[in-house]
Design a binder for this molecule. Structure first.
Ligand SMILES: [Zn+2]
Length: 238
């Protein structure tokens, strides 16, 4: 189903408050930056929750130890939010990038509590999180965390799942089954320049900043071409 932003808002009940869970800095732009930008433009409050610290993208770098990468990526994230027009302060859960699968019960409980607090404060009509079977473990973790917190909070918001890596590196089994969700494609064509500008804020992920880890993560032009297009895709559970 192809929808304009306003049709998407009508379908999901979005009127004044949207909460978005973001596994790593850059996922906000790549996965749903157009919808976030259009929501902000219409005066809808957008509350970002950043799940991990993003510190694991260049594990082989001597010049950029994990803590320095995480600090850099937090700054890049804040710049990107600014470009997207998001004015609410984000909540940083600061969980360890690429290690959410090994978290203890205490850390998960604290993360859930932070989400519950955000649900209480924001009363969102719509919650965005990454698709449940994204190839990256932190992206699947974000979905599970959000789903559990919504259930505990008895939150009635519409949950819409956005994809980052599934169309590029996902297996056939990672894709949504026809009876599982409705696929909604939202027209974000008017935001493409904004999305590209927001993406440029994530210099550490574009191979421009950290030069001593050739194995480090790098978003290629081909990734960007696949991810930044006129439509953003959301899966809404039936
Ligand atoms: Zn990510």
């Amino acid at each position: 189903m192809r929808l304009s932003f306003d049709e998407f808002a009508a379908l999901t009940g979005l009127r004044r408050s949207l909460l978005v869970a973001i596994p790593h800095p850059d996922d906000e732009t790549l996965g749903c930056g157009g919808v976030l930008s259009l929501a902000a433009e219409r005066g809808i409050k957008v509350k970002p929750i950043l799940i991990t610290d993003g510190g694991a993208s260049h594990p082989g770098s001597q010049e950029w130890p994990r803590r320095r990468v995480a600090a850099q990526r937090r700054d890049e994230f804040l710049e990107a939010l600014d470009v997207l027009g998001i004015t609410s302060d984000p909540t940083f859960l600061d969980l360890p990038d690429a290690a959410t699968g090994a978290l203890g019960a205490g850390a998960i409980a604290r993360a859930i509590e932070a989400l519950l607090e955000a649900f209480r404060t924001e009363s969102p009509e719509v919650v965005l999180t990454t698709w449940r079977r994204e190839p990256h473990g932190d992206h699947r973790f974000a979905f599970e965390l959000v789903r559990n917190a919504m259930s505990l909070a008895d939150c009635r918001a519409t949950l819409a799942e956005y994809m980052v890596w599934t169309p590029i590196t996902g297996s056939a089994a990672d894709q949504p089954a026809p009876e599982e969700t409705s696929s909604v494609f939202v027209d974000v064509s008017t935001t493409l320049a904004t999305k590209r500008t927001a993406l440029r804020c994530h210099a550490s992920q574009l191979g421009e900043l950290i030069g001593d880890d050739p194995q480090g993560f790098c978003l290629t032009e081909s990734h960007i071409a696949s991810m930044v297009g006129p439509y953003e895709r959301f899966e809404i559970a039936r």
